[in-house]
Design a binder for this molecule. Structure first.
Ligand SMILES: NC(=O)c1ccc[n+]([C@@H]2O[C@H](COP(=O)([O-])OP(=O)(O)OC[C@H]3O[C@@H](n4cnc5c(N)ncnc54)[C@H](O)[C@@H]3O)[C@@H](O)[C@H]2O)c1
Length: 316
C-alpha cells in the first residue's frame, strides 16, 4: 500500500499504532482516536512531527466525518476492545462498535470511499462445534455483546459493499499479542505480578486455549490479504496452533525471572475467565495459507515474544 490517504480509526491503540508504524513512510496517515485506552497518546506521540501524520482526538460516535475529504482507504480498529465487561454494560459494545462502524460506512457512502479493512473477531462464531473453525462455519451464535457487535458490523460492511461498490476486507482475528498492548491476558498477568510477585490470580481454570498471533504478523497479513482480495471477503487471522492460559502464565513468570509463584485459579463458570468468554478458540487458516501468507511466529512463539515486549513496555 503506497501513496494513499489512509484513515486509521483507533490508531492510538494497540494494533492501530502498529499499523501506523507500518504504513507511515509511504502513505499519508490520519488517525482518529478518543484516547480511551489506558495509554493515551503514548504510542503515537513519536509521529507528531512526521509530515505524513495527522491526529484527530475525537469520539467517532459524535465526530462529523464529513469534514474529511479524499480518504482512499479506511482501516477500522476503533472499538470497545475489552470483551470482559459486556455482561455488565452491553450497550457500550453497541455504541462503540455497531454505531461507530455505521458512521464510518455512511462517510464512505457520502464521500465515495471505496476500501475498508475491518478488525472483526473470532468471537462472532460463539462456541463453535467445529475446530479448527472455518470461515463458512454457521450458524453464528456469539455469546458476548462484543461478538454480537462484530457480527452486526460484518453484515453492514457486506451490505454497503453490495450497494455502493466498496471493497471490504473483514479479518476475524484470533488473539493478537505483542508490542504496544493495552489489554489482554499477557498485559494483565504482568501488571498483577508487578504489584505482587508471589501470587497470580488466573481467571477461569487455566485450561482455556486460544490461538495467538503476533501483532507484526497481524498488521503485515492484513495488508498482504487486502491487496490480494479482488472484492469484499472474510478471512480468519490466526495461527495453526493454540496456547493455554496456564502456559501463558508460565511464560510470563519465566520472562520476569520469578520463582515459586502461586497460581490462584478463580474457576469461573465451566472454567471460563468471565461471562461470555469462549473457552477454546481455534481458527482454520487454510484460506490465509492458500493466499500465500506465512506467519513469522507460531502461537507459542507469539506469546513468548509478546511477553518480552510487554515486560519492557510496562517497566518503562
Ligand atoms: N487485540 C486483540 O486480540 C483483538 C482480537 C480480535 C479483534 N480485535 C479488534 O481489533 C481492534 C483493535 O483492538 P486493540 O486490541 O488494538 O484495542 P485498543 O483498545 O488498544 O484500540 C482501540 C482504540 O480505539 C479507540 N476508541 C474506542 N472507542 C472509540 C470511539 N468511540 N471513538 C474514537 N476512538 C475510539 C481507543 O481509544 C483505542 O485507542 C478492535 O476493533 C478490536 O475489537 C482485537
Amino acid at each position: 500500500m503506497e501513496n494513499k490517504n489512509i484513515l486509521i480509526t483507533g490508531g492510538a491503540g494497540f494494533i492501530g499504532s502498529n499499523m501506523v508504524e507500518k504504513l507511515i513512510d509511504n502513505n499519508n496517515v490520519t488517525v482518529i482516536d478518543n484516547l480511551n485506552n489506558h495509554v493515551g497518546d503514548r504510542f503515537i506521540k513519536k509521529f507528531y512531527n512526521n509530515r505524513n501524520f495527522n491526529f484527530i482526538n475525537a469520539d467517532l460516535l459524535y465526530y462529523d466525518l464529513n469534514k474529511l475529504d479524499n480518504v482512499d482507504v479506511i482501516i477500522h480498529f476503533s472499538a470497545n476492545s475489552d470483551v470482559r465487561y459486556g455482561s455488565e454494560d452491553p450497550e457500550k459494545d453497541f455504541k462503540n462498535n455497531v454505531m461507530v462502524t455505521q458512521n464510518i460506512l455512511e462517510h464512505m457512502r457520502k464521500k465515495d470511499v471505496k476500501e475498508i479493512l475491518f478488525a472483526s473477531s473470532s468471537t462472532v462464531y460463539g462456541e463453535a462445534k467445529i475446530m479448527p473453525t472455518p470461515e463458512n462455519y454457521g450458524p453464528y451464535m456469539p455469546i458476548s455483546s462484543y461478538g454480537a457487535s462484530k457480527m452486526a458490523n460484518e453484515g453492514f460492511i457486506t451490505a454497503y459493499s453490495h450497494y455502493y461498490g466498496i471493497k471490504g476486507s473483514i479479518f476475524r482475528f484470533a488473539n493478537i499479542v505483542g508490542k504496544n498492548s493495552t489489554h489482554g491476558v499477557i498485559y494483565d498477568f504482568i501488571n498483577k505480578l508487578l504489584k505482587n510477585n508471589r501470587e497470580l490470580e488466573i481467571l477461569g481454570d487455566g485450561t482455556q486455549k486460544k490461538s495467538y498471533m503476533h501483532v507484526s504478523d497481524c498488521v503485515d497479513s492484513m495488508i498482504f490479504i487486502h491487496e490480494r482480495f479482488k472484492k469484499t471477503d472474510i478471512i480468519n487471522l490466526g495461527n495453526d496452533n493454540t496456547t493455554s492460559v496456564k502456559t501463558i502464565a508460565d511464560y510470563v513468570v519465566n520472562g520476569m525471572n520469578l520463582k515459586n509463584v502461586k497460581y490462584n485459579f478463580t474457576g469461573g463458570i465451566d472454567g471460563r475467565g468471565w461471562k461470555g468468554d469462549v473457552k477454546i478458540t481455534y481458527l482454520a487458516i487454510d484460506k490465509l495459507k492458500k493466499l500465500g501468507w506465512k506467519s513469522k511466529y507460531t502461537s507459542d512463539q507469539s506469546v513468548e515474544v509478546a511477553v518480552k515486549e510487554t515486560i519492557e513496555q510496562l517497566k518503562n
